[in-house]
Structures are given as structure tokens and as C-alpha cells.
Design a protein around this ligand. Structure first.
Ligand code: T3D
Length: 267
């Protein structure tokens, strides 16, 4: 897959850039956007394209049709010669999650419908999640005799707490959008008709902020999950040193003093 989105032929997703926002739409609606090998490869290529495009300041990730993503395409898994599971997870799923978490630009998940199995994991790996009223999350892995993957065991307890994560993972029952909001899994729930607009509005707000500070914040929040307080404090100090040396910080101070909106350039 090529890193230049203009040179790439997308068959299983749509990749559109406008107003410094890359919108990635999983586009296999007849299969509820289930993840085939081509879709996984394209999704990874899409995040790599974003990583290389400094003009993109935020990403919206969503699904076409009535689902966000139903996880692994189970029909493909039944085909003769399907890649062994551990290899598939290691070489196709894990790189997508790593690419999402390693991306400087924040990802807004517009969860338009069911997010099941690895589809839920991909939703969890977004930085901000907004759900449509009819959306739901299902840790569907156990129902087909598998274990949670693609980061689900790492993200879910951190997002909803250990007890709820265990219940959701072991029972595999769907969590409604309303309950997802109650447990802090999504920032808010909106009517389906306004989801795209609401997600875009959040992305637009992100594009107005200092890109380097956003990237450093994203990294700091993630690192804080796995270090003790002393390390987190030192990490914040280090990152503040980096952010403080940017032109965007100088611009932020100048804009404050001059009582005008800042114009951040990412430098
Ligand atoms: O490589 C590896 O295998 C390892 C990685 C594993 C990671 C995973 O993601 S494991 C979990 C895989 N996902 C699932 O088990 C979810 C399977 N789907 C469902 O349980 C249900 O479809 C949903 C709860 C998501 C939605 O239910 P519903 O009633 O709204 O829709 P439906 O009628 O079941 O599905 C609509 C169509 O989408 C249907 O197509 P058809 O029969 O009308 O032509 C259905 O087969 C298709 N579809 C839904 N999910 C998948 C799928 N096709 C392929 N793969 C799917 N995962």
C-alpha cells in the first residue's frame, strides 16, 4: 500500500481530506464493515498516510451504513488458507492499533452503529468517541470461542474500570450507547442524523489547536497509564519543555496578550 493517499486506490474504505481533517470511512456496509485482509491493509495505509501529512490536523473514523465495524470478517476466516490467528493478530491487527496510538493527530471515533470484536477495539483506540443513539459495543470474541484482541484487554479496563471490563469481556453482551456514556466509554451520545456533523465539529476544534501540543498530550496521557506518579510528573516536565520551545507556544502567549485567537502553525 502506498503512503500517498492520492496515489492509492481505496476499495474497502473511503479516505477524504478537507479543511485539515482526514475522514476515514470503513466501507463494506453489506458486511457491517467487517474486517477483511484488504480492509485491514487499507486502514493501516490510511493511518500511515495521515502520519505523513502535516496538513492533516485531526482524523474522523467512522463506518458506512448502519454499523461502525463488526470485527473480523468471519466469512473470510472460514476460507481455506486463511492466515493462522496469532499471525493475523500480530501482523495485521496490532499494527493498526499501534499506528492509531502512535499518530500525532487526534482521532475522533464517530461510532455510528455496532462496534463488535476487533471493531470495538478499533473504537477503543480512538482518542475521543462520540456515539450515535443506536450504536453499541460488543466484546463478541468469546461468542466464537476467541479471546479479546487488538488492544481490547488493555483499553477496556482503563476506559471503564476492571469490573465492567471483565463483565463485558466475559459475557460478550452488547453495551448500548447510553450505557457506554454512563461508563465513560464515549464522550457523548447524539442522534444518528447529527453524528457526522458533531464529530466534524469536534475535529474542527482540534484543527484550531497547537498540533505539537496535541501530539505531546496524546502521548503523555497514554504513557501515564503505565507509569507511577513520579514518572508521570517527570514525563510532564519533559514534554512541557518541548511544548514550551515551540513557536506555537509563543503564538499562544502573544494571542493571549493581544486578546485575539491564536494562529497555530505546528512549529
Ligand atoms: O483473524 C481473526 O479471526 C482474529 C481476529 C479476531 C477479532 C474479532 O473481531 S473476533 C469477533 C468477530 N466478530 C463477531 O463475532 C461479530 C459477528 N457479527 C454479529 O454478531 C452480528 O452481525 C452483529 C451483532 C454485529 C450485528 O447483528 P445484526 O443482527 O444487526 O446484523 P446481522 O444480520 O447479523 O448482519 C448483517 C450482515 O452482516 C449479514 O450478512 P448477510 O448474511 O445478510 O449476507 C452478516 O452475515 C454480516 N456480518 C455481520 N458481522 C459479520 C458479517 N459478515 C462477516 N463477518 C462479520 N464479523
Amino acid at each position: 500500500m502506498r503512503a500517498d493517499p492520492a496515489a492509492q486506490t481505496w476499495t474497502s474504505l473511503r479516505y477524504e481530506v478537507a479543511d485539515a481533517i482526514a475522514t476515514i470511512t470503513l466501507d463494506r456496509p453489506a458486511s457491517l464493515n467487517a474486517l477483511t485482509v484488504p480492509l485491514k491493509m487499507e486502514l493501516l495505509a490510511a493511518f500511515r498516510a495521515v502520519a505523513l501529512d502535516r496538513d492533516v490536523r485531526a482524523v474522523v473514523l467512522t463506518g458506512a451504513g448502519r454499523a461502525f465495524c463488526a470485527g473480523q470478517d468471519l466469512k473470510e476466516r472460514l476460507e481455506p488458507g486463511a492466515t493462522p490467528l496469532a499471525l493475523e493478530v500480530r501482523e495485521r491487527y496490532n499494527p493498526i492499533i499501534s499506528a492509531m496510538r502512535g499518530l500525532d493527530q487526534p482521532i475522533v471515533g464517530a461510532i455510528n452503529g455496532v462496534a463488535a470484536g476487533a471493531g470495538a477495539s478499533i473504537a477503543f483506540a480512538c482518542d475521543i468517541r462520540i456515539a450515535a443513539e443506536g450504536a453499541s459495543f460488543a466484546m463478541a470474541f468469546g461468542r466464537i470461542g476467541l479471546v479479546p484482541d487488538s488492544g481490547a484487554t488493555w483499553f477496556l479496563p482503563r476506559l471503564v474500570g476492571a469490573a465492567k471490563a471483565a463483565e463485558l469481556s466475559l459475557l460478550g453482551e452488547a453495551l448500548s450507547a447510553t450505557d457506554a456514556e454512563r461508563f465513560g466509554l464515549v464522550s457523548r451520545v447524539v442522534p444518528a442524523e447529527t453524528l457526522a456533523e458533531e464529530a466534524r465539529a469536534v475535529a474542527i476544534r482540534l484543527t484550531g489547536l497547537a498540533p505539537r501540543a496535541l501530539a505531546l498530550t496524546k502521548q503523555a496521557l497514554q504513557r501515564a497509564w503505565s507509569v507511577d506518579l513520579d514518572e508521570a510528573l517527570e514525563d510532564e516536565a519533559l514534554r512541557q519543555g518541548i511544548a514550551g520551545a515551540t513557536l506555537d507556544h509563543a503564538e499562544g502567549l502573544a494571542a493571549f496578550a493581544e486578546k485575539r485567537p491564536p494562529r497555530f502553525t505546528g512549529e
